[in-house]
Design a protein around this ligand. Structure first.
Ligand code: GLU
Length: 520
């Protein structure tokens, strides 16, 4: 079995890479491929390399390259050679390697392994359409293969447009996928494929083969969608007498309905997940399970434990289902692991963005250290014009630590702490079938108890001690606690009333009760 071979991998021999085209933001498919390559490299003390495939000048954009690098770093997937840090086999951007490809394209032409094809796009398209209409594979018919070198030179001298095609040998071509076993292709079904537009413009299959060879890549781990490219790449390797790397094609990532993952299923940019307040640790844990399963019950894996446990024997062939609920569950778990200080720092970004709090120093002073913001000790609440300390904000964040699924939820959950007056419908104050009069009475009862508590004793323990017995007396505690909690938060769901009350302080609590009463 192919898998057996992994037992013979010697530490330090593995060199793997991802080779993204900078034509879009870092997305889940690429990030997952990056993670599996990274884990494999780390497991065998090998190297993980980042190469940018930017030969498609029109679609490539440095902005996307920046996004890919930035977000891989955010995830903690670090490369040891790449466009930003260089390395022994650089440059690591294809656009900077054109001379290398030109050398090989020339070799293909000189060795009669490739030829210039002068067929026009229209001609090719018409033929493709015809072949498909008669149920044949739409392959190039090799028309220009027959041109003599004199004919070719003449056409080139006349400035006729051409591309360079590889003379694909007609035979079966098989390769061993480390996950899927033997995969066989009929070379008849490949045809003479294009390897370059001209000497200075290589196409994907050629550039990738040259780079993987020059960069001494040992294993190519990439998405299943690349299986049809593999026989073409192997043919080129053989023509150039390159050694063949090992291949492993990862299962596709599918939506919950098992269709191809799209935006609708949550296939948004990694930076969007980051903005929504997913933690890198949660994302890594989540992605590891997209196509891999260590078996057993354990669900929580940090990067170091993934490196330890990762094995390609446990990669699955079938599609990996993307389940956002699982991501939320993991994110909630990692949020609960944060220290209150750290979690507060992370949540502050969102509170500030929503305008609920403002650090009390000028925005020009923000250093780039923490997402462009420094953790300052004092904050202004614009709506109430109060100054509060970081500790105060930490208290608020802490009572929501158990509940948070993503950091961005913090603003909506806690906004009532930063508001002067709450806006809600009086119906919110109603518990079960309580009448208006009963609601008001209930609020008055709480108000009376609270008025007696001294400001210095105004904490959740004392509040609970004083209010709970009253609530119990009513049979259903909701009669007392619900209107109270709703009056303080203006929300259907929130943290418990005692915790909220302690943070708001006696004065505000009494004011909110009064405002609630005034609705009846
Ligand atoms: N540029 C290709 C991609 O992003 C690389 C494929 C490969 O790994 O060979 O899909």
């Amino acid at each position: 079995m192919a898998i057996e071979e992994f037992k013979f991998i010697r530490p330090g021999e593995v060199r793997v890479r991802i080779a993204p085209a900078p034509t879009g933001f870092l997305h889940i498919g690429l990030a997952r491929t990056a993670l599996f390559n990274y884990l494999f490299a780390k497991k065998y003390q090998g190297s993980f390399i980042l190469r940018i495939e930017d030969t498609d000048v029109e679609r490539s954009d440095p902005r996307f390259e920046k996004d890919i690098l930035e977000n891989l770093k955010w995830l903690g997937i670090e490369w040891s050679e790449g466009p930003d840090i260089g390395g022994k086999f650089g440059p690591y951007r294809q656009s900077e390697r054109l001379e290398i490809y030109a050398k090989y394209i020339e070799k293909f032409l000189n060795d009669n392994l490739a030829y210039h094809c002068f067929c026009s796009e229209e001609e090719l398209e018409a033929r493709r359409q015809y072949l498909m209409s008669v149920g044949q594979p739409p392959l190039y018919n090799g028309k220009c293969r027959q041109l003599s070198s004199e004919q070719t030179q003449k056409l080139l001298a006349l400035g006729e447009k051409s591309i360079i095609r590889f003379k694909a040998p007609v035979k079966k071509i098989a390769f061993k996928d480390l996950l899927r076993g033997e995969i066989e292709f009929d070379a008849d079904l490949i045809g003479d494929f294009a390897i370059a537009k001209d000497l200075a413009t290589p196409l994907y299959n050629l550039a990738v083969v040259v780079d993987d060879f020059e960069m001494k890549i040992s294993h190519i781990i990439r998405g299943e969608d690349h299986i049809p490219n593999t026989p073409k790449q192997i043919l080129l390797q053989r023509a150039l007498h390159f050694p063949q790397p090992e291949y492993l094609h990862l299962p596709l990532i599918l939506g919950q309905d098992r269709s191809k993952l799209s935006k609708r299923h949550g296939a948004i940019a990694i930076s969007d997940y980051k903005k929504a307040g997913y933690l890198a640790e949660a994302f890594i844990n989540f992605m590891a399970f997209l196509g891999w399963n260590p078996g057993g019950e354990r669900e929580i894996y940090s990067m170091p434990s993934l490196i330890k446990e990762f094995s390609i024997e446990r990669i699955q062939k079938g599609g990996a289902i993307f389940n956002v609920k699982r991501l939320d569950f993991l994110n909630g778990f990692y949020i609960r692991q944060k220290s209150p200080e750290k979690l507060t720092e992370m949540c502050l970004l969102y509170l500030i963005e929503e305008g609920l709090v403002v650090p009390t120093f000028k925005s020009e002073q923000y250093p780039p250290a923490y997402g462009g913001m420094e953790i300052t000790q004092m904050y202004k609440i614009p709506e109430t014009r109060e100054e509060v300390s970081l500790d105060y904000i930490q208290k608020i964040v802490t009572i929501y630590q158990e509940r948070l699924k993503k950091l961005s939820e913090i603003s909506e959950l806690t906004d009532f702490f930063f508001k002067d007056k709450l806006e809600y419908d009086k119906e919110l104050l109603r518990w079960k079938e309580m009448g208006d009069r009963e609601i008001k009475d209930s609020l008055i009862r709480v108000e009376k108890i609270i008025s007696k508590i001294k400001p210095e004793d105004f904490n959740k323990e004392n509040l609970e001690k004083e209010i709970m017995p009253e609530a119990e007396k009513m049979g259903d505690r909701g009669y007392l606690l619900w209107p109270f909690r709703a009056a303080l938060s203006g929300k259907k769901a929130s943290a418990g009333p005692f915790e909220i009350a302690e943070i708001l302080g006696k004065k505000k609590v009494l004011r909110r009760i009064k405002e609630a009463k005034s609705k009846f």
